[in-house]
Design a protein around this ligand. Sequence first.
Ligand code: UT7
Length: 335
Amino acid sequence: MTAGNNPSVYIKGVGSYVPEKILTNQDLSKVVDTSDEWIVTRTGIKERRVCENGQECSDIAVAAGRKAIESAGLHPSDIDAIIVGTITPDMIFPSTACMVQKKLGLENIPCTDVQAACTGFLYVLDMARGMLLTNHRYNNILIIGAEKLSSIIDWSDRSTCVLFGDGAGAAVIARTPAGATYGVNDIYLGADGSNPELLNIPAGGSSLTASEATLAQGQHFLKMNGKEVFKFASRVIVQASEEILNANNLSMDDVDIIIPHQANIRIIENASKAMKVPMDKFFINLDRYGNTSAASVPVAMDEAVSSGLIQAGHHVLLVAFGAGLTWGSALVKWH
Ligand code: UT7
């Protein structure tokens, strides 16, 4: 595979963490009018993880981050910056990245959050790449996708509560050693803010501040137009994959494994058909975790590495889409 861009940074270590508590489709069928059969047929999801009371987004982010640091052969003190992709920060501010810094016992290094919903990990990957290549102060940047989506779900809305779960995935990004051919070859990102209402939380920001009325109307919960988002996702997963392959003069035959955002098995099946790529090229874990938004891609990537599906020399395609609407893809040659 010859890519258009120099692989100037690489994924030095990966890690993930999901809460221990499992919520099955059977459990949900006792809370809302749904069934295991409907959820599995329409989404592929069988169960998801949810945080325990008191377990914060930054806690699971730290758990994933520690594993990524260890897998990179580093100590937390080697980390020069932290970027967290999340739509479920511990608080609106300060950033969850600052909470992660505190819990890792670090000081002074820059920390910030990025909000690109389910595409969050690809956005933070590109930002880490930019920081490493333009500022000599950074050598190892910890990037994390972490979500406690259980905190923003309306557990009485069957059209959304069956879809989402909690989890965190992390990676340490560093400059590729001189002469090495592995690393992040290219990243492609996009967004279309023209229809924010397709997937959002209407209240609690500065536009519609939290009040008794917004609380009574449940406007502090995640809202989604599932059908429209499904159409967008089925289209953009193909477009983002083809865009980055074409830009690098590559085809799907050059790709060893695809790590897609884990939203709905039917979206991945549609992509498989449209791109004429066998389903076994896509890594799938949505049956066990549901949609974990920004955590989805890094958790899947970590599991693909630890199960031996991603190995040195493999060409990996990451692809994601989500609220905003946002989308993105990345081409990585594993080390
Ligand atoms: O990560 C961000 C990206 N998000 C996504 O990619 C999600 C994209 N959207 C989807 O995955 C799908 O649209 C859903 C899984 C959310 C819904 O699947 P669908 O096949 O589009 O179902 P639908 O909304 O058309 O609903 C079909 C029926 C409706 O009943 P009627 O009106 O036909 O009588 C719904 O009320 O299924 C009903 N329904 C349910 N039934 C049992 C909706 N949710 C449920 C449920 N259990 N949980």
